[in-house]
Design a binder for this molecule. Structure first.
Ligand code: 9MR
Length: 473
């Protein structure tokens, strides 16, 4: 993704990487910060992507592979956007049309175009009740759970390192006032299907940001918004890997832009996740439509962790709701008033980059860090929570270091007869049945004294019995 950074004016926009850079070059911090400020105030961008990049954000579009031969379409895409989302090409029916047979050709065309032109890619989507291939629609229970996890693992592994953010799970909550999960074959495999999908995605591509994505979650007072908020809060509290929330934001008269939209964005952000506007379109025309686009962009720029906006298509004629003329370019590719308002709002917005790229609030240390090596030994303990259903289980194991830091750990669990581990995240297992040992992976072996790390595994049959043992290594 380094070419993305080059296009965005040389400033990294990948939070994790940027945080690491700050940690290692803390002394240069003041210089970096002032350079950014100068660059921001020196020029107003003349395209959506360049203007968003000046604010530390991306501006993307949903793209269809079969339109990449349309020169008007590609001309606008390359000029205006620095992120793409395949509109349909990464959905389950497209990438695994027959069980176990994967098909990436159309998605690859979009990914390759994006990478060749310095654009980020949002992956959409790994697990969804809709656009399932026939074979998956007819599955249920443990077989479906395994098939879903395999799909997540295979697709995320194939694109490992090429995806900025994955919509890991899409549209899992019901509309209306209940705040309940949407009934679906995936939901009927057990309430933990969402977290299992996120864990599998993290294991397959640890560098991608993992998002939960949904529609009708824009109005802060709606039950569905609150339900997603509670899911994210729960995931953060329990250490389930989640980095971002996608608000689709399809607005029209039946589902209008809400006046509390900014509250929704900032409330999600306050949970410690990025917020991305993932499928923006606003039905209408003229000044009214333009003003709503202006408001949406201003709201995003007012929330530091609102890191990017994607519109769901390029020209009105490309839209899934073409008759509502909801996009920024007309059918001939001309800029609409909505485009001008969007660009103005991007240029007017708060220049503060998102906190994932902001300097830390504590000053850099004035004394060098101690050179003594970290203490070793001291042991560890492990505790396990089990989520079981008829025929399968998910185990989450928490490893806690004792009075000294440890540099590695090995946990042993005992599976009852007939049980088998089928998938492990944040650990590697030796063996899949009976007495199984699970070791740390490269990034979670070091655990500071008194702190914890979590890993998990999934299997068929009945979950492990007894308390796992932990040995520091
Ligand atoms: O824009 C997509 C359209 O071409 C497809 O026919 C449709 C099929 O489900 O999906 C559309 O994209 C949807 C997205 O994947 C998820 N959020 C709602 C979008 C609009 O329906």
């Amino acid at each position: 993704m380094d070419n993305v950074h080059a296009r965005a004016g040389g400033r990294p926009t990948t939070g994790r990487r940027y945080r690491a850079a700050f940690a290692s070059v803390a002394v240069g911090l003041a210089v970096v910060a002032s350079t950014v400020a100068v660059a921001t105030s020196a020029s107003a961008g003349t395209t959506l992507g360049a203007s968003a990049a000046e604010k530390g954000r991306y501006f993307g579009a949903a793209v269809a592979a079969n339109k990449l031969s349309d020169s008007t379409y590609v001309g606008i895409l390359n000029r205006e956007f620095n992120s793409v989302t395949p509109e349909n090409e990464m959905k389950i029916d497209a990438t695994e049309p027959q069980q176990g047979q994967f098909s990436f050709a159309n998605a690859d065309r979009i990914v390759n175009h994006a990478r060749a032109n310095g654009m980020k890619v949002r992956g959409h989507t790994l697990a969804w009740h809709s656009q399932q291939p026939g074979w998956m629609q007819n599955m249920s229970g443990t077989a479906l759970r395994q098939a879903m996890l395999n799909h997540v693992t295979q697709v995320a592994t194939y694109y490992r390192g090429k995806i900025d953010s994955w919509d890991v799970v899409n549209e899992a909550f019901a509309d209306g006032s209940t705040g309940a999960r949407r009934d679906s074959n995936l939901q009927r495999t057990g309430n933990d299907w969402i977290e299992a999908a996120f864990r599998a995605a993290r294991a397959a591509d640890p560098g991608a940001k993992l998002c939960y994505n949904d529609y009708n979650t824009d109005n802060w007072s709606h039950a569905k918004t609150q339900a997603v908020y509670n899911l994210v809060r729960d995931f953060k509290a329990r250490g389930v890997p989640i980095d971002c929330v996608g608000l689709q934001s399809h607005f029209n008269s039946g589902s209008p832009y809400p006046s509390n939209y900014r509250t929704t964005l900032s409330s999600f952000a306050a949970l410690g996740v990025d917020v991305q506007i993932t499928e923006l379109d606003i039905e209408g025309s003229g000044t009214t439509q333009a003003n709503t686009y202006r408001n949406v962009v201003a709201d995003c720029l007012a929330v530091p962790r609102c890191t990017g906006i994607t519109v769901w298509g390029i020209r009105d004629t490309d839209s899934w709701r073409a008759s509502g003329t909801p996009l920024l370019f007309d059918g001939n590719g001309n800029k609409k008033p909505a485009y001008t308002a969007t660009l103005e709002a991007l240029n007017a917005g708060n220049p503060t980059p998102p906190p994932t790229t902001a300097p830390p609030t504590t000053p850099p240390p004035t004394t060098p860090p101690p050179t003594t090596p970290p203490p070793t030994g001291g042991g560890c303990t492990a505790s396990m929570t089990l989520n079981q259903w008829n025929g399968g289980f998910v185990a989450t194991v928490r490893v806690t270091a004792g009075s000294s830091s440890i540099n590695g750990w090995v946990v042993t669990v005992t599976l009852p007869g007939g049980a088998n581990i089928t998938n492990t995240w944040n650990a590697t297992n030796s063996g899949t049945s009976g007495s199984v040992t699970l070791r740390n992976v490269s990034y979670n072996g070091r655990v500071s004294a008194g702190t914890s790390t979590e890993f998990g595994f999934q299997g068929t049959g009945t979950g492990p019995t007894g308390t796992p043992t932990c040995t520091a290594s």
